[in-house]
Design a protein around this ligand. Structure first.
Ligand code: SF4
Ligand code: SF4
Length: 315
């Protein structure tokens, strides 16, 4: 496994970051034991960087995986909080539920522009104070837009950016991969640490996974790449690519027919709540039922969390 420094933070991470959204209740719904053991196997194989978020509802997997481990791996999490009081709750929940004494990286979740960062500034200030007290090591933002990366450059406090990036630009809401890369390069010039997300477009690029991962890996301005994994085969496949080793044939064959899909169950009553929370604008209600636009959906699973009827499932 190869490692890099995340900008000026002093945090050294494996270039392959384990994106944990995929193991938890919003996606694969692995049992606590199965999920934690996949994380442990990744850690034992040299992956020292794990990305989560409050919305993923999977802090218990991380706690179970790393409870006896010292030193702990690098853990990044994120919250939608925009006030100091709610960010305080988010930080306290993350520390408690993952049984950590410090959160290495705490991000404002899914920022869209300079304006949204400004709107969350009270929460960012809270994180900076928490950093001074030793509860957080580095702060930043995650985003699906070029505008947010550019907006972050106006805030010297931001040390990490976690942007969506893949070779086809799937999920980048306001630009092309080239434009995203240009914005990221400006951030790197300012010593900001970059770890990208969704190199496989949330699953759309699974059939060209090797090429898609190589493309993101070949960008010098991207220090690490969070890849969502939910099985041992996916872990071994990604490890091989990121280590520059050949992918074992049985692993390649096992993944050949893999694809992600989203299903809205028949009992959807068309209330529309889920449509309010899709970051991609991929959900509408038609004929009293939620409908997913397959071209826009990036299989993030966020919508499922807002459906009281548990109608939305990602497989
Ligand atoms: S999927 Fe759930 S939240 Fe969305 S419209 Fe149907 S019932 Fe409402
Ligand atoms: S429809 Fe659901 S899974 Fe797809 S992008 Fe929107 S929130 Fe994510």
């Amino acid at each position: 496994m190869k490692y890099s420094n995340l900008g000026k933070t002093g945090i050294a991470v494996s270039r392959l970051c384990f994106g944990t959204l995929t193991i938890g209740p919003l996606q694969a719904r692995l049992s606590l034991e199965e999920g934690a053991s996949l994380l442990v196997e990744a850690f034992d194989n040299g992956i020292n960087f794990f990305d989560t978020a409050e919305i993923y509802l999977n802090y218990d997997y991380i706690r179970n995986a790393f409870k006896g481990v010292n030193p702990k791996p690098v853990v990044a999490t994120k919250s939608y909080a925009y006030k100091a009081s709610t960010m305080e709750q988010s930080l306290s929940r993350a520390l408690k539920e993952m049984a950590l004494e410090v959160i290495d990286i705490f991000l404002l979740h899914e920022q869209e522009s300079e304006k949204t960062i400004r709107g969350h500034y009270e929460a960012l200030e809270y994180l900076i104070r928490a950093k001074e007290k030793g509860y957080v090591r580095a702060v930043g933002i995650s985003c699906h837009t070029v505008s947010a990366v550019e907006g972050a450059l106006k805030y010297p406090e931001i040390e990490i950016i976690h942007p969506l990036f893949n070779r086809r630009g799937i999920g980048i809401r306001d630009g092309t991969p080239r434009q995203m890369l240009e914005a990221v390069e400006k951030a790197v010039e300012r010593d900001i640490g970059i770890y990208a997300m969704k190199p496989l477009g949330g699953g759309h690029l699974i059939q060209e996974a090797e090429k898609a991962l190589q493309f993101v890996l070949s960008q010098n301005s991207i220090h690490s790449v969070a890849v969502g994994m939910q099985s041992r085969e996916e872990l071994l496949f990604n490890q091989a690519i990121f280590s520059g080793s050949p992918v074992p044939e049985d692993v390649r064959t096992g993944l050949q027919h893999k694809s992600r899909r989203i299903v809205v169950q028949d009992w959807c009553r068309g209330c529309g709540e889920c449509t309010q929370h899709c970051p991609q604008g991929a959900l509408t209600v038609a004929k009293d039922k939620a409908v997913v636009n397959g071209d826009l959906c990036i299989f993030c699973g966020y919508c499922g969390r807002y459906c009281d009827e548990l109608c939305i499932k990602i497989f």
